[in-house]
Design a protein around this ligand. Structure first.
Ligand code: 13P
Length: 250
């Protein structure tokens, strides 16, 4: 059985004080949750303080990015060990905003994924097609390339511990969620490609859906057999709405 994972990607939002205040509220509102794993990904600057606040709770933290080199003259970058050092257990890799605005490619996703695993972090690898690609009917082709190139060369053991997040670019921040059927179709396809690469790991890997997930649509999405959780932007920014997502089955 795959344990559901509800993850909040805070993107470039919140000062340290704001971030700490939200996790403080969240800590008490979801203290009773044991059947869903919870992950919050604040900005780099808030990680250390947020980690101090969540220690001993059921909230995990993750970074939104990292660089693959271990150290050195790479001004402005953060190494996998530094991310781990702030208390993170997860890291987002290859979010569509990073691909779109910061030129990340499947090749850099692959380098970052391997470096994250070496540092003992669990990568959450983001994949997804643009609206144009969907309209051209090449969604599966795009997804297959992102998986094959982004995840090439992992051991079967690594392949089952990582997390994949399917986030159709046209559904991010637009209020236009993929329907549960549309999402399920791509999740099932992702698992199929994964099984060709890594066999049984495909039954263990968790595949999250992201793109305008909110308290109203979450339970229908979570009913789909291949959707194992959510990667949530806007609706994760406040404790009240994120609590509803974590407690989607209640
Ligand atoms: P929204 O939930 O705001 O659409 O963002 C999704 C996302 O990009 C999460 O990584």
């Amino acid at each position: 059985m795959r344990k559901p994972l509800m993850a909040g990607n805070w993107k470039m939002n919140k000062t340290v004080a704001e971030a700490v205040s939200v996790v403080k509220a969240l800590k008490s509102s979801i203290a009773d949750v044991t059947d869903v794993e919870v992950l919050i990904c604040p900005t780099f600057t808030a990680l250390y303080a947020v980690n101090n606040e969540v220690k001993g709770s059921n909230i995990n933290i993750g970074a939104q990015n990292l660089f693959w080199e271990p150290k050195g003259a790479f001004t402005g970058e953060i190494s996998p060990t530094m991310v781990k050092d702030t208390g993170c257990s997860y890291v987002l890799i290859g979010h569509s905003e990073r691909r779109q605005y910061f030129n990340e490619t499947d090749e850099t996703v692959n380098k970052k994924t391997k470096a994250a695993l070496v540092a003992g972090l669990i990568p959450v690898i983001c994949i997804g097609e643009t609206l144009k690609e969907r309209e051209q009917n090449i969604t599966f082709k795009v997804i297959e390339k992102q998986i094959k190139e982004g995840l090439a060369g992992l051991t079967p053991q690594q392949a089952e511990t990582i997390v994949i997040a399917y986030e159709p670019v046209w559904a991010i921040g637009t209020g236009k969620t993929a329907t549960p059927d549309q999402a399920q179709e791509v999740h099932a396809f992702t698992r199929k490609v994964y099984s060709q690469m890594y066999g049984d790991a495909s039954q263990k890997v968790r595949i999250l859906y992201g793109g305008s997930v909110n308290p109203t649509n979450v339970s229908d999405l979570m009913k789909q057999p291949d959707i194992d959780g959510g990667l949530v932007g806007g609706a994760s920014l406040e404790a009240e709405s994120f609590t509803k997502l974590v407690k989607y089955s209640k």
